[in-house]
Design a binder for this molecule. Structure first.
Ligand code: SF4
Length: 189
């Protein structure tokens, strides 16, 4: 049976590979139990954006739909696709740095939408807290190959191998209190 990878793994793996393992373990738990306060604030703001109807009824938006790419073997949800302009926007609560994992997520959403037959001409990130838009160039074949490589790396990662945690990341990880690789608790505890 074919298995498909959640698009969120593309960024989480870069933050910390072991967090993917913990995500699987605690997948069925109530996330409120272990989420740090900033993550919960971010999710609430994100939900507000998701549930806000367009100001003009003429605006054609697709929000929070599931997308899938059989070529890449990934699936996940997009934030907003502005159908008239073909503009795909990924919102995050507060963007201070555009990490490579963010790009991988947006590229994956883009390739999935195109494979599903949608027209996407523009990409952007939106920082909810400071209401700033960050335009992103459309990915091509080079980026597709880079994304494929990253997905393969995750798929073949051995979670039992020796692993040295990064305390700076652990301090900002929602799984820190539950993680057997560190004694660091997250800074929000
Ligand atoms: S607590 Fe540290 S080692 Fe554990 S998953 Fe989070 S970042 Fe990785």
């Amino acid at each position: 049976m074919e298995t498909y990878m959640p698009i969120s793994f593309l960024n989480d793996f870069i933050f910390c590979p072991y967090s993917l393992y913990l995500h699987q373990v605690f997948d069925d738990s109530n996330e409120e139990v272990f989420s740090a306060a900033p993550q919960q604030v971010g999710k609430r703001h994100h939900a507000t954006i998701d549930n806000t109807p367009p100001k003009s009824r003429k605006l054609k938006l697709l929000k929070g739909i599931y997308v899938i790419s059989h070529r890449l073997g990934i699936y996940g949800k997009i934030d907003t696709l502005h159908l008239d302009e073909g503009r795909l926007v990924e919102s995050k609560y507060a963007i201070t740095t555009l990490y490579q994992g963010y790009y991988y997520q947006l590229w994956a959403q883009y390739f999935a939408l195109v494979e599903m037959g949608y027209v996407v001409k523009q990409l952007a990130f939106f920082s909810i807290r400071d209401r700033t838009t960050h335009p992103v160039a459309l990915p091509g074949e080079v980026e597709f190959a880079e994304l494929q490589q990253h997905i393969r790396l995750i798929a073949h990662y051995d979670f039992e191998q020796n692993f040295t945690p990064n305390p700076a990341k652990c301090a900002h990880c929602i799984y820190a209190a539950l993680c057997d690789k560190t004694n660091t608790d997250h800074v929000y505890a």
